[in-house]
Ligand binder design. Structure first.
Ligand code: ADP
Ligand code: MG
Length: 254
């Protein structure tokens, strides 16, 4: 059974009398241990999909099965429980609490589940991302790359099965971005399922599988080998043509 299974997932937002179809019928399955990237233009629905995958929101319709459980219609409370036990988030803007130390930031997810050994677990997570010696620093005393490492440590402190990262290298220079990607590779090798949103194809092709979105739909989904990786980086891939709306039928007799 796949770890993640989406069937005809829709997410619509009302907007000034019309509906924005942020997700417009997404079917997707992801197995445990995969490293998947999701790419596509701004507004194509990537973040909406990540929010739903991360149980931060519910679909308008369709079904989401996560680890054998149908989560699309769970209560807020149950959804929060699933989220906290199975999923770690990493965001482009790090989303750290500014006034507190790295170690206290990392400890935040541990307070939902009344966990013991909070300090040890937090330090272990920081060490895993190479930040052990910086554990007492506040975000303002850390570089962008170090802040993102703190955020990754926070994401893994509960040992989730899945890491969801939305443009995690979007605010970082190339070298720092490579270091952050290195951490995702290590986590993947350790068995964590990684789903990463990026609009940079060079970053996307580091995954095993690349999904491309447009207008709330998946338009391409492929497992990568050496040649398809090169094709994607060089822009040499076939994208299905953008569908034009069907012609308006003339009324009979006109
Ligand atoms: P991406 O992350 O690919 O840039 P998003 O998932 O953020 O795309 O957005 C997809 C579409 O849904 C866009 O047209 C966006 O304006 C719209 N959208 C996203 N969130 C909301 C919201 N909370 N309310 C209204 N429209 C939204
Ligand atoms: Mg986005």
């Amino acid at each position: 059974m796949p770890l993640i299974q989406l069937d005809k997932l829709m997410k619509h937002y009302p907007m000034g009398g019309t509906m924005v179809r942020a997700l417009d019928g997404v079917d997707l399955s992801i197995n445990g241990g995969e490293f998947v990237s999701i790419t596509g233009h701004s507004g194509s629905g990537k973040s909406t999909l990540m929010h739903l995958l991360g149980c931060l929101d519910r679909p308008t319709s369709g079904r989401y099965m996560l680890d054998g459980l149908t989560v699309s219609n769970l209560s807020d409370r149950a959804l929060a429980q699933v989220r906290n036990s199975k999923i770690g988030f990493v965001f482009q803007t790090f989303n750290l609490i500014q006034r507190t130390s790295a170690i206290d930031n990392v400890a935040v997810p541990l307070f939902y589940g009344r966990q013991s050994n909070v300090r040890e677990k937090s330090i272990k997570a920081l060490e895993r991302v190479g930040l052990g010696p910086r554990s007492t620093h506040k975000p303002s005393e850390l570089s962008g790359g170090e802040r993102q490492r703190v955020a990754i440590a926070r994401a893994i402190v509960n040992e989730p099965k899945i890491i969801l990262a939305d443009e995690p290298t979007g605010n970082l220079d190339t070298k720092t971005s490579e270091q952050i990607m290195g951490i995702f590779h290590e986590l993947h090798q350790a068995g964590v399922t990684i789903i990463l949103v990026t609009h940079e194809m060079e970053v996307a092709v580091q995954a095993e599988r690349v999904i491309r979105m447009r207008d709330g739909k998946i338009i391409d989904d492929r497992n990568l080998d050496e040649s398809s990786r090169n094709d994607l980086v060089s822009g040499n891939y076939a994208i299905p043509p953008k569908k034009s709306p069907p012609p308006i039928a003339k009324p009979v007799g006109s």
